[in-house]
Design a protein around this ligand. Structure first.
Ligand SMILES: C[S@@+](CC[C@H](N)C(=O)[O-])C[C@H]1O[C@@H](n2cnc3c(N)ncnc32)[C@H](O)[C@@H]1O
Length: 340
């Protein structure tokens, strides 16, 4: 091949992919050492080193790297949090995402460690980060899930529910796989009288009850612990909401959707926000790539193809199903609304 041979394709996206973890690593390093709580006011690298006793060269490199990645601002040699860092990376704030990002990073990358060895049927290397090999520990993640709900997901989801024409007529809703319950709490708060039930693994019950109490909603919101495949979901609901929670039904989606159908009142609404994969299960990549490690590391979950949930809803007997794709913080997801 001549050195002057024109190249039509560009390797840019390959370089970008290899550079991307640098940004993640420096953000995670900053979270782990509690950097961001010291940067609410502008401070020099030297002053930070004096204050915290950190290694000067590594401190300066980290600060400059974070400024390069727009996580910090740098002006006249002083570093301070960007608006984003201030809102999401300063511990103690209700929107603090540090622990959630660390957990999420472990979930999305840990299970990929040793992939070449696994493909070759070799023994995977023993590292600290072997990732998920069993079921996700949702109770350990509950606080982070609550913060991440407050940090944009409630704000994104609420208009979807408020936009349902029946919303004002709802008397009782179920948040299926509702985690620590922040979404259900927000939906109930937005309604004058609707009551809510958060259904999830009993392990997240204590945290959910605490949030319900903190929001003064113990008379309107309850937590029901159980496994949605084997336990009763209760009954008499006008709305069943499920976001990112149906993935754990294995091959039994039809059974779960039928169970929801039976738990709903006549005219009730089943609203589901889930990934809807297209292009033979390869797109949208924002939905596919973060789930690879989880799928490799554990056989607990499945992904849904676009239309799969809508089809299951029709087969369960719902009289109509409307579907659309909505943009979320995590990428495009499908919003399927079925009416009984
Ligand atoms: C990704 S989180 C989503 C939480 C919440 N719906 C949201 O959108 O923030 C998935 C939730 O499903 C719950 N879950 C998974 N399998 C379940 C099961 N078999 N029965 C009840 N809840 C389950 C988990 O405990 C977790 O809280």
């Amino acid at each position: 091949m001549s050195i002057l041979e024109p190249i039509e394709e560009s390797p840019r996206s390959l370089y970008q992919a290899v550079y991307a973890p640098v940004k993640a690593e420096i953000i995670l390093a900053g979270i782990k050492v509690g950097l961001f709580s010291h940067l609410q006011e502008p401070i020099s690298a030297a002053a930070l080193v004096d204050k915290l006793g950190w290694e000067p060269r590594a401190t300066e490199i980290l600060l400059n790297g974070l400024a390069s990645a727009d996580i910090l601002l740098k002006q006249n040699g002083l570093f301070s949090n960007s608006l984003e860092a201030s809102r999401f990376l300063v511990p103690g704030r209700p929107t603090y995402l540090g622990d959630h990002l660390l957990n999420t990073h472990r979930m999305v990358t840990g299970g990929l460690v040793g992939l070449p060895e696994r493909l070759r049927n070799d023994t995977p290397p023993q590292t600290q980060q072997t990732g998920q090999s069993g079921p996700t520990d949702w109770s350990a993640m509950a606080e982070g899930m609550a913060n991440s709900a407050r940090a944009g997901r409630v704000q994104m989801v609420l208009p979807l529910v408020l936009g349902l024409p029946e919303f004002t007529t709802f008397r009782k809703m179920l948040d299926l796989g509702g985690g620590p319950g922040l979404l259900c709490i927000a939906m109930v708060q937005a309604h004058p009288s609707m009551r809510g039930v958060v259904f999830d693994n009993p392990a997240v019950g204590d945290q959910a009850r605490q949030y319900i109490q903190e929001h003064g909603l113990t008379d309107r919101v309850t937590f029901l612990g159980g496994d949605y495949m084997s336990d009763s979901l209760g009954s008499g609901y006008d709305l069943v909401w499920a976001s990112a929670s149906l993935n754990y039904c294995g091959e039994r989606l039809d059974e779960l959707v039928a169970k929801v159908y039976n738990a709903l009142e006549h005219g009730g609404v089943f609203a589901v926000l889930q990934e809807g994969l297209t292009h033979e299960g390869t797109k949208p990549s924002e939905m596919v790539l973060p789930m690879l490690a989880w799928r490799l590391g554990s056989d607990e979950g499945i992904n849904f193809a676009q239309g799969q949930i809508a089809q299951a809803m029709l087969e369960a007997g719902f009289r109509s199903v409307r579907s659309r794709t909505v943009q979320t913080l995590h990428g495009p997801m499908d919003f399927d609304v079925a009416r009984k």
